[in-house]
Design a binder for this molecule. Structure first.
Ligand SMILES: Cc1ncc(COP(=O)(O)O)c(C=O)c1O
Length: 402
């Protein structure tokens, strides 16, 4: 890989089985977009679909569209599509609200599921120190509401040792938002179960990017973003998963009328819906769900194995070209594809200024404080030549390798 030429890279693009999918997105000319792990680009199908939802279903169908256009079933319908991307059954996933809100629902539900809840025992929520802020904030918020619950944050290597009889829930991000480091979901879930804890996973940086198999890992609950690798649009609704075996006992702390067993019975008293329906709270955001469905449908047209393979190759090419062309940037994402997600991150002292300069040159990645440059590798529309060119621009900005 170190001696690869631009001609070879162009040949890879020509032979890439995912190549036709790039045309399914509206990407602005002159931009190399390496930030699809933050906000996926616009699928060409989305404006047309939203136009139909607005003009036809809303404009013409009016309130009849809740039934006639299937609006009311959209959270389960789109959830069922996402289930195929994360190794879950269709009836284990729904789409609603934001990732942060869903995390709150599942974290509270999982703590309250534990047999010792309310007895003063088994009350620790164990998380990774330095993971995405919302996970910590939500955990702290749940702990503040439930008696005797505390949040304990430790370094990744200390996680297995910190799992003990007092651990109620292990909450982890599958892929770290900054470094791209990936946990061993199956091993950590097993370790959590061995001490009687439940394992809740945040898939925001892995769903739609790398192979996720919640069933194989034995995961109890999970959440994830719709607007990153799933290309659902800014502020797209998020998804949540609860393993079938836990659904009957799990209760959302956000009891709303749409999560009621019979919402249109208008009972004054709450009774949870069967299955995942109980994790809905209020009226579904129909426009957001329609846009998310476009992104997910597009992803489902791609051969999943080809997506994962291309992600790994884009990474290897990026890493090889960077070590060849750029001085002083420290790769902080693991080289082993099994240990990472689908972005590549470098530590650099002047990272913020470098990213601003890159964006001015049309290479869009992002900066994460204090010193990280992060580039999303999204196989549906990123070409190998894009990676080559991005590295050339980085080299111009930071100076070439000695
Ligand atoms: C790991 C992780 N969780 C959650 C979120 C976002 O949550 P929300 O959609 O509620 O803003 C992000 C966003 O970058 C994230 O990286």
């Amino acid at each position: 890989m170190a001696d690869i030429t631009l001609a070879e890279v162009r040949r890879w693009d020509k032979e890439d089985s995912l190549r036709p999918l790039r045309a399914a997105f509206r990407l602005p000319p002159g931009v190399i977009y390496l930030d699809g792990n933050s906000l996926g680009p616009l699928p060409r199908t989305t404006p047309r679909r939203l136009d139909a939802v607005v003009r036809q279903e809303w404009g013409h169908g009016l309130i009849r569209s809740w039934q006639e256009a299937g609006w009311i079933d959209a959270p389960a319908r789109v959830g069922g599509k996402i289930a195929r991307l994360i190794g879950a059954a269709p009836e284990e996933v729904v789409v609603a609200d934001s990732t942060s809100i869903n995390l709150f629902k599942l974290l509270a539900a999982s703590v309250r599921l534990q047999p010792a809840a309310g007895t003063g025992a088994r009350r620790k929520i164990l998380i990774e120190a330095g993971s995405f802020p919302t996970d910590r904030h939500v955990a702290d918020g749940v702990a503040a509401l439930l008696p005797d619950v505390e949040v304990v944050a430790v370094a990744p290597a200390a996680l297995p040792g910190a799992l003990d009889a007092a651990t109620s829930v292990l909450l982890l991000c599958d892929v770290h938002y900054r470094s791209g480091v990936r946990h061993d979901m199956a091993a950590l879930t097993r370790a959590a179960h061995a001490v009687g804890a439940l394992a809740v996973w945040d898939l925001s940086h892995s769903a739609g990017a790398v192979k996720v198999d919640l069933h194989a890992a034995g995961a109890d609950m999970a959440v994830g973003c719709g607007y990153k690798f799933l290309n659902g649009g800014p502020g797209a609704p998020a998804f949540l998963y609860v393993a079938r075996a836990l659904q009957a006992a799990a209760r959302s702390p956000l009891q709303g009328w749409i999560g009621h067993a019979a919402p249109f019975g208008f009972s004054e008293f709450y009774a949870p819906a069967e299955g995942m329906g109980r994790f809905l709270a209020g009226t579904p955001g129909v426009l957001g769900l329609a846009a998310l469905a476009c992104g997910v449908d597009l992803m489902l047209t791609a051969d999943a194995a080809a997506v994962w393979q291309k992600s790994a190759r884009l990474f290897d090419l990026f890493a090889a070209r960077m070590s060849r062309r750029c001085a002083g940037l420290q790769l902080i994402t693991p080289a082993d594809a099994r240990l990472r997600g689908s972005h590549i991150a470098f530590r650099y002292d002047g990272a913020e200024a470098v990213m601003a300069a890159l964006i001015a040159e049309g290479v869009i990645g992002d900066f994460r404080p204090p010193d990280v440059l992060r580039f999303g590798l999204t196989p549906l529309y990123t070409r190998y030549e894009d990676v080559w060119r991005a590295v050339e621009v980085i080299a111009e900005i930071v100076g070439p390798a000695k």
